[in-house]
Design a protein around this ligand. Structure first.
Ligand SMILES: *[C@@H]1O[C@H](CO)[C@@H](O)[C@H](O)[C@H]1NC(C)=O
Ligand SMILES: *[C@@H]1O[C@H](CO)[C@@H](O)[C@H](O)[C@H]1NC(C)=O
Length: 456
């Protein structure tokens, strides 16, 4: 009898565990994971993993072979354990770059011959210097069906030479990203460690169907502009189960810069960020500030942040134009932050003097819920634009505790309309208090026409 009861109990536990497991949503399915029958090793092309030999030729020849010998189902390029120093290189379609455990692909510190490429049309110039920009360390331009994966091998950008040029103001052009995909689709980046990027770490731009999961991204806290992942004018990007600790925003969704981004008009749409943890002196989850092509349908959930500048930061500026709408951030844990939540219309610089100061961004329909923070210096700040107030800003179930006891400095708000429900400390009179579930009513239309008018 006892055994029978135990069995029932066990089944019950199993059923609960199973249903819990079934509820774990993942990116898989967005891009099919391809196994490659054709495999080559960097050693077949003269690669030497001694940390001293320059392997540029080996990488370029191996990838040339993949590109031109076009094996059915693509080719896997295996990087065995060892430290492979190289200059930047281009990936090609239908390939897997596989880094074994103990494999390191290391960028040369010799920056003088670093190739220059054209600026992105949606930026009009390099992000930090006028003119072109240095090619990313690993680049894919116009490629599809590319996988960067392995057994937690490392891509090391040796960024300190670049950070020092930035500090000494001796940079001639914009620093290279660690990995960039341009005009590409069906990309998977998983089970790899990225460290010491010269500039942004992973930058998908004008691309779609990108999965980034089980990655670790690390750069020192004082390294300049080492953003973790910046989906930029891209759609269907899914980032999950990753740890990111860098010197700048952990994830920042972008879409071009002022008049160039407006003219290019390519939004970022359908960005999912889930189960990401990390630390930075700047933002955890960010949208902007370059968002001139528009950003919509962003979902960030189950985010854990510690020692962070701003937990959630939606940032834009006059001159940016574009829109930021349908943004949902939920289930965020914050420990030790300067600010919990910031939505602001005065952030970031301009590419040149040709920007139109009357190009005002539209920020609407932002839902932030289930946020818990301790040691948060200031809970929140929402500063819309006088000529373009932020609307449908919906905050619920937010508890941000300060340093000494439950009270933190009050929220600051201006030019904002929206709702707040169960938010502590209480935000500001601009966000009217609503009955439970009122945030959802924006979407279900329960507010009715009158409600909609109120937020217009
Ligand atoms: C890499 O691709 C770019 C095009 O995006 C091209 O200009 C450059 O010459 C390529 N570099 C190498 C080394 O193949
Ligand atoms: C809002 O974005 C979510 C993704 O976060 C998407 O599922 C939903 O369809 C979008 N809503 C509208 C009205 O486009």
């Amino acid at each position: 009898m006892l055994r029978f009861l135990l069995l029932i109990l066990l089944c019950l536990v199993c059923a609960i565990a199973n249903s819990a497991a079934a509820r774990v949503v993942t990116c898989s399915g967005l891009v099919p994971f391809r196994y490659r029958n054709d495999k080559i090793s960097i050693r077949d092309f003269g690669g030497v993993g001694d940390g001293k030999t320059l392997n540029t030729k080996a990488f370029r020849e191996a990838i040339y072979r993949i590109q031109h010998l076009k094996r059915r189902g693509g080719t896997l390029l295996y990087i065995p354990p060892g430290v492979y120093l190289t200059e930047s290189f281009n990936l090609t379609s239908h390939m897997t770059l596989f880094l074994a455990r103990g494999a390191v692909i290391k960028a040369t510190k010799y920056t003088r011959n670093w190739p220059l490429i054209a600026p992105l049309p949606s930026y009009g110039r390099g992000r930090e210097r006028p003119g072109g920009r240095y090619m990313s360390f690993i680049q894919g331009d116009g490629v599809q069906d590319v996988i960067i994966t392995g057994d937690y091998g490392i891509v090391d950008g040796q960024g300190d030479v670049w950070w020092n040029m930035w500090r000494r103001r001796t940079l001639r052009f914009t620093r290279p990203n660690l990995v960039e995909f341009l005009n590409s689709m069906n990309i998977i980046i998983s089970n790899v460690i990225f460290k010491n990027s010269p500039f942004w770490n992973i930058h998908p731009v004008y691309s779609s169907n990108i999965v980034i999961r089980h990655v670790t991204i690390w750069a020192p806290r004082d390294s300049p502009n080492t953003d973790g992942i910046d989906p930029d004018s891209s759609s269907n990007v899914c980032i999950e189960d990753s740890h990111i600790s860098t010197g700048d925003d952990l994830v920042a969704v972008k879409s071009g810069w002022d008049e160039y981004g407006i003219a290019y008009g390519r939004p970022s749409i359908g960005i999912t960020i889930r189960r990401v943890t990390g630390s930075s002196p700047f933002a955890g989850i960010a949208v902007g500030s370059e968002a001139s092509g528009g950003v919509e349908n962003v979902l960030a959930e189950h985010i854990t942040l510690y020692d962070i500048g701003v937990g959630i930061h939606i940032k834009t500026n006059s001159g940016r134009g574009g829109f930021i709408r349908n943004i949902t951030v939920s289930d965020v844990h914050i420990w030790n932050a300067r600010k919990g939540i910031k939505i602001s219309g005065d952030v970031g610089d301009h590419p040149d003097h040709k920007f139109n100061p009357n190009a005002l961004p539209v920020v609407k329909d932002v839902t932030i819920r289930n946020v818990w923070g301790v040691k948060v210096l200031q809970a929140g700040l929402i500063q819309g634009l006088r000529g373009s107030p932020f609307t449908q800003i919906c905050l619920s179930d937010i508890n941000l505790q300060g340093i000494s006891g439950p009270r933190t400095p009050p929220w600051k708000c201006s030019h904002v309309f929206g709702a707040a429900h169960r938010v502590s400390p209480w935000p500001c009179s601009e966000l009217t208090s609503h009955r439970p579930g009122s945030c959802a009513s924006y979407h279900t239309g329960l507010m009715g026409q009158k409600g909609a008018d109120n937020w217009a």
